[in-house]
Design a protein around this ligand. Structure first.
Ligand code: PMP
Length: 356
């Protein structure tokens, strides 16, 4: 059966090779006669899957031993809560750069828990660091590397030395290299670039989460998860296994540098089409356009529904923009093949021609 051209923002397309491997293992993982999802997380078989996944990720991003790598549940959003709880004490200041809906949501959660401040706010570009209103005594500065809804991305990360830099890399994790030691904490949910939903990876500098004597919550404490090798409670074993397969797949493609090359080629094809067209329009300042979340609108709103219908008929799925902003969005994550992008570009060009 042919695979759909899937541009979903997440859960999103996974590479067919990885899906085939999962299918092969499904009833019988390496002659155990059991599926990965049927075996204990304490078994040597699963412990081996878990540690190999962590090892592969450490290799992909050159993560040093001074960082914990945690495989947590609760998706990315639980990190909106865990970050302020772990990295600041009640009443302490924490700083957020508001570049869109996801950083705003993170800021609002932090405001409930700590003295959270917005240092800058803009939703169609990344505000220049020279305009940021910094606050003294802050415990960290938080950014969202790719605003999945609007399609605004940091192509250069800010140089923040005074406080730990925290990044929500949910939608562009492993789509490009990252210098891990520039960050205090990096986190990402899995369902866009490396697996199914529910799982989140947290890479956190060990000195930022020393074992606490007292903490507001046992479960929401990084030190507890680190001490228990992310098995404080039963982990999402199946998602962890798939993440491991994805890390190996990325490595076999040539690593994160190759993912970046692919992502840039994919997005360039779409932006070239948009910029050369009368019907399609990008509202994001070109310097800050995302290489993974390509958003666009139409100069003729009446064609919105016809375009979505025609796309579905052509086997091109999930082009509808987020309900908060409307328009269209094509997510070009690691699992989206170049042929899907070529099919989309051809379809959009043809649609414009037919409607003009
Ligand atoms: N941050 C960003 C940048 C996202 O794109 C998303 C999900 N689209 C989230 C956080 C929330 O992720 P989850 O649904 O896994 O909690």
């Amino acid at each position: 059966m042919p695979r759909a051209h899937n541009f979903s923002a997440g859960p999103a397309a996974l590479p067919t090779e990885v899906m085939t491997e999962i299918q092969r293992d499904l009833l019988d993982y390496r002659s155990t006669g059991m599926s990965v999802m049927e075996i204990s997380h304490r078994s040597s078989t699963f412990m081996d899957i878990a540690s190999r996944a962590e090892h592969s990720l450490r290799q992909l991003l050159h993560i040093g031993e001074d960082y914990h790598v945690l495989f947590l549940q609760g998706g990315a959003r639980l990190q909106f809560t865990m970050i302020p709880l772990n990295l600041a004490a009640p009443g302490e200041v924490v700083e957020y750069v508001d570049t869109g809906i996801w950083s705003q949501k993170a800021l609002h959660e932090a405001e409930r828990l700590r003295d959270a401040k917005s240092v800058a706010s803009a939703h169609d570009h990344i505000p220049s660091e020279s305009t940021w209103r910094r606050h003294s005594g802050s415990k960290y500065l938080y950014i969202t590397s790719n605003e999945t809804i609007s399609g605004v991305q940091y192509h250069e990360f800010p140089s923040v030395d005074s406080v730990p830099l925290v990044v929500d890399a949910s939608s562009d994790f492993l789509t490009r290299p990252m210098e891990v030691d520039r960050f205090g904490l990096i986190y990402a949910c899995a369902q866009k670039n490396f697996g199914p939903s529910g799982l989140a990876i947290v890479i956190v500098r060990k000195d930022l989460c020393p074992e606490p004597l007292e903490h507001e919550s046992e479960y929401l404490n990084y030190a507890i998860h680190a001490k228990n090798t992310s098995m404080f409670n039963t982990p999402n074993t199946f998602a962890w296994y798939i993440a491991g397969l994805m890390f190996d797949w990325i490595s076999a493609q040539g690593g994160v540098k190759e993912m970046q090359t692919q992502c840039e080629m994919k997005s360039r094809k779409l932006y070239d089409l948009i910029d050369g067209s009368v019907l399609y329009r990008s509202v994001i300042e070109s310097r800050f356009r995302s290489s993974v979340s390509v958003t666009f609108t139409l100069t003729d709103d009446a064609l919105h529904r016809p375009l979505l219908d025609a796309a579905e008929n052509a086997g091109i799925h999930h082009l509808k923009g987020h309900r908060a902003v409307g328009g269209f969005r094509a997510s070009l994550y690691n699992g989206v093949p170049m042929q899907a992008v070529d099919a989309l570009v051809e379809f959009l060009a043809d649609f414009e021609q037919r409607k003009s």
